[in-house]
Design a protein around this ligand. Structure first.
Ligand SMILES: Cc1cc2nc3c(=O)[nH]c(=O)nc-3n(C[C@H](O)[C@H](O)[C@H](O)COP(=O)(O)OP(=O)(O)OC[C@H]3O[C@@H](n4cnc5c(N)ncnc54)[C@H](O)[C@@H]3O)c2cc1C
Length: 412
């Protein structure tokens, strides 16, 4: 039976890049994919526009991957954001930069990215087998034996597992690779969701679904500690909160909720002004416009559809004139404008998260090669590796960079 030099499992961005690199080094590469197409999840990224990477510096990239982010220093140096952009440009896909250094294909179609990968896999003569779902992997002397759920068999000297995480399972990322890695002796760190909307207890928030609170300050407090989140937009939904800040910070918040239970998230509607200065402003405004209704006045400070629900939480009559507001009520208003508390109690299910934070322990992977420290000739690439990055193109860069390193190293 034929023995391939390299078998790559999973044709997402990590697996495709690994297969391309292996083949470019002159190796006989087979790419096994359980779907009938490559890059299904990739084709859905950023609302099908694909935020491919980011122009950020190495330091920012490492920071985006949290505590053990420096694991990726080698991978991001060997195949950087610039290298990834050049790869697509040399294959005739122009890119464009948007806010905060985010890079997208100029076509605004994730499909264009998938098509480039398809074309290059074909040019490099990678043997692509679709509808092959890997079930078993074991190594007998120097050869890996790969068996599919339908009983098909493939032999290879090296294997790269790039089967992704466990979110958006319908795209194929159902955690098969994690089960196989575990079977081969690897530790799998806790699988937590990253980039996931959060659940809020207060029902009045649910009624405001679709409302975006622009440029608000957000703070979390627990056990006497205060954590300031970056300032930005907060999207209210029929179950709680989402939007860029929440999606970026959800893995941290989910970790805190697991430890401490419910958490209070404080919304600052006036982050540009200090609380004492806001107090003075309210006092002066109330004196200047005594006959104005509170409801109308608050339009300067709050989105229209939030005024009544927030006043209801404070039991303050929205129709009151400013000269009828008591000192206690004015101080209450000052408080809610600077720190309206809402209660976070959970997150949407794992399958609705953008990424899986958790996977094959980084301690068991050589960061220079992506080779397993436990099984020689076995490599990991992409989201299957423990940890996750923030939004902004960082996760796809991680998939392409680790795929590149695994492909090149496996070919050596
Ligand atoms: C809705 C959404 C939007 C996103 N947007 C962005 C974005 O704009 N920018 C960004 O950087 N990141 C984004 N991400 C994250 C990004 O898509 C992933 O981090 C990335 O796809 C991971 O790549 P991967 O190759 O490791 O895994 P995947 O893309 O998950 O690919 C794994 C492949 O392995 C296959 N497979 C699984 N098990 C088996 C098996 N047993 N046998 C054979 N094949 C198997 C799967 O079918 C799949 O094709 C987004 C994620 C989601 C869900």
């Amino acid at each position: 039976m034929k023995i391939y030099d390299i078998a790559v499992i999973g044709a997402g961005p990590a697996g495709c890049m690994a297969a391309i690199q292996g083949a470019q080094q002159g190796k006989n590469v087979i790419l096994l994919e359980k779907n009938d197409q490559i890059g299904y999840k990739l084709s859905l990224t950023a609302n099908r526009r694909c935020n491919l990477t980011n122009t950020a510096t190495m330091d920012v990239f490492l920071e985006k991957f949290g505590r053990r982010g420096s694991f990726y220093r080698d991978a991001f140096s060997k195949f950087s954001n610039q290298d990834l952009m050049n790869f697509f440009k040399t294959h005739d896909l122009e890119l464009t930069e948007e806010q905060e250094g985010r890079i997208f294909p100029i076509t605004e179609k994730a499909r264009s990215v998938v098509e480039v990968l398809e074309k290059v896999l074909n040019e490099e003569k990678v043997k692509l087998i679709s509808n092959f779902r890997l079930k078993h992997l074991n190594k007998i002397s120097h050869v890996f034996k790969l068996a599919s759920t339908k009983g098909e068999l493939v032999n290879a000297y090296k294997v790269i597992i790039a089967t992704g995480g466990v979110t958006y399972g319908f795209t194929g990322s159902t955690g098969d690779g994690l089960t196989i890695a575990k079977f081969l002796g690897h530790n799998i760190t806790d699988l937590k969701p990253g980039g996931v909307p959060l659940l809020v207890r207060e029902e009045w928030i649910h009624q405001l679904k679709g409302v975006t609170l622009e440029n608000v300050g957000l703070t979390i407090r627990h056990s006497g500690k205060k954590i300031d989140l970056p300032r930005g937009n907060l999207l209210l939904t029929h179950f709680g909160v989402s939007g860029p800040i929440i999606l970026d910070m959800s893995h941290v918040i989910v970790g805190l909720m697991e430890k401490h239970g419910d958490l209070k998230l404080y919304i600052d509607f006036k982050p540009e002004i200090r609380k004492d200065a806001l107090g003075i402003m309210l006092m002066e405004d109330f004196q200047e416009h005594p006959k104005k209704s509170l409801k109308n006045y608050l339009k300067h400070h709050l989105p229209n559809n939030l005024i009544i629900p927030i006043l209801n939480t404070q039991s303050i009559d929205p129709q009151k004139k400013l000269n009828q507001i008591t000192k206690k009520e004015r101080l209450q208003l000052q408080d809610v404008l600077k720190s309206l508390p809402i209660t976070l109690y959970g997150h949407l299910p794992m399958d609705k998260a953008m990424v899986t934070c958790g996977g094959v322990s980084k301690r068991e992977i050589d960061p220079q090669t992506m080779e397993s420290k436990l099984v020689k000739g076995l490599y990991f690439a992409g989201e299957i590796i423990s940890g996750c990055g923030g939004r902004g193109g960082y996760n796809l860069q991680q998939a392409f960079s680790t795929g590149y390193v695994a492909g090149v190293s496996a070919a050596k």
